[in-house]
Each structure stands twice: as C-alpha cells, then as structure tokens.
Design a protein around this ligand. Structure first.
Ligand SMILES: Cc1cc2nc3c(=O)[nH]c(=O)nc-3n(C[C@H](O)[C@H](O)[C@H](O)COP(=O)(O)OP(=O)(O)OC[C@H]3O[C@@H](n4cnc5c(N)ncnc54)[C@H](O)[C@@H]3O)c2cc1C
Length: 430
C-alpha cells in the first residue's frame, strides 16, 4: 500500500487497513470478530501460518507503520496516523510479530543512528519477524549501572575484537543479531568510552547459554564473547558515543514495556484485565470486587498516561522520560493484577491439569500470542510467576524513580563518585 502520509485522512487509513486485512486474513476471520464468535476465530488463529503471516504484515508495512517506507518496511506514517492503523489491527486481532526487542528497540535505534547501509540491511528483516534481535547490555557486574560495563572491544584495522560476558539476554538463543554496547576506551570516564555495535549472533566466538526462570521457561540467557570479530561497518553511531545510542534504545525500551503500544496495561504479559472481569463477573466477595475495581481504575490511569505520551510523540517529540512513568506504573500494576488473578483462581491457581507450566519448543516464538487469549489456570499461574520480573526488567522500579526524580521533577542528581574517573581507575570487584 502506498500511503501519501501528509495527505491521508484517518478514515482512509482505517479503510485501507481494513481492506488489506480482508484480502490477507483467512476467509471468515473478520466476520468471526464482528459477530463475536470466539470459538471460530480461535480455530482460525490456531491454523494460521504465523511466520508467513508476519512476513506479509511486515512487507506491507503494517508491522511498523511509522518506519520509513523506503527500506522495505513501514508506511512512513506519523505516530498519530499509525494509531488509526493499529486500532484496526488490534480490533481485528491481527497477529503481531514476536520480535518485541527488535521492533520496539532495535529498529528505532537504527532509524535514529544507523547508516543508510545499516537501514537497508536490517529494517526489513526486523519488521517481517525474520530476524529476531536481542539486547546485549547487562553484565554480571553492570545492570542498573550499565555504563560501568566491562565487555571490551579493541580495534584491529576495519574490525573490532570483542571479549566479555553479558547476562539476562532475552531471546538470545533465537536471535540473529544483538545490540551490543562495549568499552572501546577504558582511559576516559565510563559514559564516554563506550561504542555501540550490531553483533551477528552466529559469528565465531559467540556462545549462548540459556538460564531457566521460575516459570520453567528459558526465555533469557548468558552470552559469552571470546575474541569475536565485528566489522566496523556494524558500529552504530560514532566511536565513543555508544552511551548516547544506548539511551535511545533504553528510552524506547521503557515505551515498549509501558504498554504504550496497546495504550493499556497488557504489554508485559499475564492475565489481561478484561479477561479477568469476564471470568469473574459473578464474584460476590466484596474484597475481590473492590480489588477488581481498583485494577480497573489503575488500568484507566495507565491508558491516560500512555495517551499523553502518544500525543507528545504525535507532535514530533522523541520518546522522553515520561516512558519511565508508565514503565514504573505498568510494572507495579501488573504485579498486583497477576496476584489478584491467582487469588481469584483459588485452589485452581496452585494445581492444574495437563501440560506443565513451561512453554515448550517452537511455541516460544509464538509466546506473545499464545498467551493472548488463553485463560486456563495454568496460564494464570504462569502469568503470576512471570510478573515478578516486571519491576526488574528494562530497569528496576528504583532506577525509574531516580530518573523521574532527576529528569521530571528536577531534583539534584544522585551522587556517583565514579562518574568523572577514568573507567580503568574505578574500584570494582574482580
Ligand atoms: C526478565 C528479564 C529480562 C531481561 N532482559 C534483558 C535483556 O534482554 N538485555 C539486557 O541487557 N538486560 C536484560 N535484563 C536485565 C535487567 O535490565 C537488569 O536486571 C536490571 O537493569 C537490574 O540490574 P541488576 O540485575 O544487575 O541489578 P542491580 O543493578 O545490581 O540492582 C540490585 C538492586 O539495587 C537497586 N539499585 C541499583 N542501583 C540503584 C540506584 N542507583 N538507586 C536505587 N536503587 C538501586 C535495584 O533497584 C535493585 O533492587 C533482564 C532482566 C529480567 C529480570
């Protein structure tokens, strides 16, 4: 679809998106949604070829409607225009790519900082879900203080030789590329000696080892790099400016984890509020009813905050610290919501029939949409356990509060004695 971005109206965008869905979705899908025939729709959704669907969605530009069209993905729409497209896709429950890190963080970073060659090389594969990306920031000795990281990149002609270890790297085991921040100059203060690279996860010397979580899933990994060679053409942004590039990724991560895409509180997994309200519509316990009402209020507040942030972006502003407000609210709200879900489940929340908790094999790739409609006790238990990570992943709630204090409320900066020291002179454990 060629969209003349400045001219197109909201109605045209909605009509064009709906026409595309009519053409591309299995026959009967749209009608099943319109008539609220969930069973029929569920059967069709289970039968759809997810990889093929994601390719078509991405190539048509609908997976990433704000991305520039000239790189083979995107529709060059403004965030305000993209909202109309997304409303139609959401309403008709069009499956979306699982590539949350790549699309939510990698793509925007490449669009902001990448060379033309990098944009041509990476954006299409991201949008079509053909190339999953991971984020190689956290290390055993550097999580909240990610600028203190130790992974070294040493220049060798047109290449960099990288040695170090990353940890908690979500989806590294299925990723084609990773966003890597490494230290290229240890003689300057920590924020100034970093550079940002796209790492080929299949390069010799990259070793990915899965870590099993409380849910039984192995969603994230340790990644060891032993003299891995990266061409200089895969450096993103100037040498030594890796921190500024990383901040672009982190700002977009907070937006992605804040529920901004759906505007609601459903971005971080687990039981969605509307399904809980339907499942427990006849609950009589006044305390449970009160907690459901409270969850509804909090969900509305998050939506309104996300709407405010979306309006800001609509006016052309980049993702700003307001992402930290909803990231913080979303994480803590979701933990309360998943706790409520399991409390409402009663004894069924502790025992379930059939499959064990963990997601098996290839289902991992379809994880985001596999849990989207299921409301079995097993998934509610899984959602409760998974939610424990919400206040850690993408920056802890304490760190979000620091950012809000400093950047939104204008409070004095947190003291950091290592900030101005050359990184090599900062005391650290071995
Ligand atoms: C499910 C999950 C997925 C993740 N995926 C990825 C990924 O794909 N890629 C990646 O790079 N990382 C990933 N992470 C790592 C995540 O970003 C870090 O765990 C997080 O930033 C915290 O770092 P840390 O674990 O080293 O804890 P620490 O930084 O050691 O923090 C320990 C405690 O100290 C507190 N604290 C630390 N500094 C301050 C401060 N300045 N002020 C107040 N309190 C402070 C923290 O709030 C926390 O309570 C993931 C984590 C989880 C749980």
């Amino acid at each position: 679809m060629a969209v003349d971005a400045p001219e197109v109206t909201a109605e045209q965008l909605r009509d064009q998106t709906l026409a595309w869905l009519h053409e591309q979705l299995p026959p009967g899908w749209i009608e099943a949604i319109d008539s609220d025939d969930r069973e029929r729709w569920g059967e069709m959704r289970a039968a759809i070829d997810y990889d093929d669907w994601c390719t078509r969605l991405g190539e048509a530009g609908y997976a990433t409607p704000t991305w520039p069209q000239e790189y083979g993905a995107g529709l060059s729409l403004t965030p305000g225009q993209a909202k109309h497209v997304n409303d139609v896709l959401n309403h008709y429950k069009a499956p979306r790519p699982f590539n949350i890190i790549g699309i939510g963080m990698g793509g925007p970073t490449i669009i902001t900082w990448g060379t033309e060659e990098q944009k041509h090389k990476f954006l299409r594969g991201l949008a079509t879900n053909e190339e999953i990306w991971c984020q190689l920031f956290s290390e055993p000795g550097a999580g909240s203080d990610v600028a203190g990281l130790s992974t070294r990149a040493v220049r060798d002609g047109d290449e960099w030789i990288v040695t170090g270890q990353k940890v908690w790297t979500t989806v590294a085991h299925i990723a084609r590329y990773g966003m890597l921040v490494a230290r290229t100059n240890p003689d300057v203060p920590k924020h100034k000696g970093l550079s940002y690279f796209v790492l080929d996860m299949q390069a010799p010397g990259v070793d990915v080892r899965p870590l099993v979580q409380i849910t039984g899933d192995a969603e994230f990994n340790e990644v060891f790099m032993e003299e891995v060679r990266i061409p200089d053409s895969m450096r993103v942004g100037p040498e030594g400016e890796g921190w500024r590039v990383a901040v672009t990724t982190l700002m977009n991560e907070r937006v992605a984890l804040s529920g901004a895409g759906s505007l609601g509180g459903e971005a971080v997994g687990g039981s969605a509020l509307d399904r809980l309200l339907t499942r427990h519509a006849d609950v009589t316990d006044p305390r449970m009813r009160q907690r459901l009402a409270q969850a509804y209020i909090e969900n509305r507040l998050i939506r309104l905050n996300n709407q405010r942030a979306a309006d800001r972006r609509k006016s052309g502003a980049e993702a700003g610290p307001e992402g930290s407000i909803t990231k913080l609210m979303q994480a803590e709200y979701n933990q309360r919501l998943q706790k409520l879900a399991i409390d409402l489940e009663g004894a069924r929340g502790m025992a379930w029939e059939g499959r064990e908790l963990r997601l098996a094999g290839t289902e991992e790739r379809g994880m985001a949409w596999m849990t989207a409609e299921s409301d079995a006790s097993r998934d509610i238990a899984r959602g409760f356990l998974r939610a424990q990570a919400n206040t850690i992943e993408g920056g802890t709630s304490n760190v979000m509060r620091n950012i809000l204090g400093e950047r939104v409320l204008g409070l004095p900066k947190e003291p950091d004695s290592s900030r101005e020291l050359p990184w090599k002179d900062v005391p650290r454990s071995a």
